[in-house]
Ligand binder design. Structure first.
Ligand code: ATR
Length: 285
């Protein structure tokens, strides 16, 4: 269907934005569903997010996905938010309500849990201690989602201990900061190990954790998806562990966003993973 004056418009906002895969994914779903809709990229200047988002109040567009570096500011500009967005301290989804208010949510956490369900079926979060490597925004979102999903313990290990401590303090409950000297002992008990550092991006070595120490049924996740099979995931596979890749997380976080924008589920017949892999090209290798 062509885009007319009554089209529903949504988009993704980040800086830089030109490499975002979200327009590719959402527009493929829009076309397959035959919607009168469009999903477009926005790249406001680093200091301009607030002005940009405020200007959309009242429904100039239906909604926005928000990515680096604006996720914290997105939460701050909202009038209401989900428990998960609050706990994560960040939002990747804004809906501009007709009454002028802004609703914020975070679908990165459901993306992580959805990706585990697809690539490690049968995995039970409620009985699996989690080790998260890294303490940036990605780690915080994962810790919040896993704590809300009922993980018995979420241990955050980071080069800069104070950042891990800050996350544990703000989320509380089962989330704890652990030192690098405790890592081996934590790995020996882990059901889920997640790389939330930027190590491995672009093909370098991943975090130094010895994944062979984990129980045989442990699942290893890498949030990095360029390359798709990171050095960290290759090590997990070599140790015989099940793995979950960052691309599946990216695809799963898009599903609830699409539903929030357009009011329908993404058409199942679109192979978005193949589409995303083709779009990534050599970067996926
Ligand atoms: P994001 O918001 O995407 O999570 P970030 O806030 O820049 O990104 O966090 C990157 C993470 O990778 C941090 O945990 C960082 O560790 P520090 O908090 O100590 O900086 C981690 N990281 C990056 N380079 C690293 C390296 N060479 N060794 C260990 N950890 C590293």
């Amino acid at each position: 269907m062509s885009v007319t004056g009554s089209a529903i418009v949504a988009g993704v906002c980040g800086q830089p934005i030109r490499h975002s895969m979200s327009p590719v994914i959402h527009n493929a779903w829009i076309a397959a569903a035959g919607l009168n809709a469009a999903y477009v990229p926005f790249g406001p200047g680093e200091d301009n997010f607030e002005t940009f988002a405020e200007g959309l109040r009242g429904g100039a567009i239906r909604g926005l996905n928000v990515t680096i570096p604006f996720k914290e500011q997105a939460l701050a500009c909202a009038d209401r938010c989900s428990d998960l967005a609050k706990l994560a301290g960040a939002a990747n989804l804004l809906i501009f309500e007709a009454d002028g208010t802004i609703t914020a949510d975070n679908t990165d956490g459901p993306g992580l849990i959805g990706a585990i369900a697809v690539q490690a079926p049968g995995f039970d979060i409620a009985v699996s201690p989690v080790v998260i490597l890294g303490a940036g925004g990605a780690a915080r979102g994962a810790a919040a989602a896993l704590a809300l999903a009922g993980a018995p313990r979420v241990s955050i290990v980071n080069r800069t201990f104070a950042r891990a401590e800050a996350i544990a303090t703000s989320i509380g409950g089962v989330v704890e900061a652990a030192s690098e000297t405790e890592l081996d002992a934590l790995l020996a008990q882990a059901g889920l190990v997640i790389n939330a550092t930027s190590l491995g991006l672009g093909g370098g070595a991943g975090p130094a954790a010895d994944l062979a120490l984990t129980p045989k049924n442990a699942v290893v996740v890498d949030m990095v998806y360029k390359p798709l099979r990171t050095e960290f995931l290759r090590r997990a596979e070599a140790a015989g562990r099940r793995t979950v890749d960052g691309l599946e997380m990216l695809l799963r976080q898009a599903v609830p966003s699409f539903e929030a924008f357009f009011g329908v589920a993404p058409p199942a017949q679109v192979d978005v993973r193949a589409l995303a892999l083709a779009h990534l090209g050599d970067a996926a290798k």
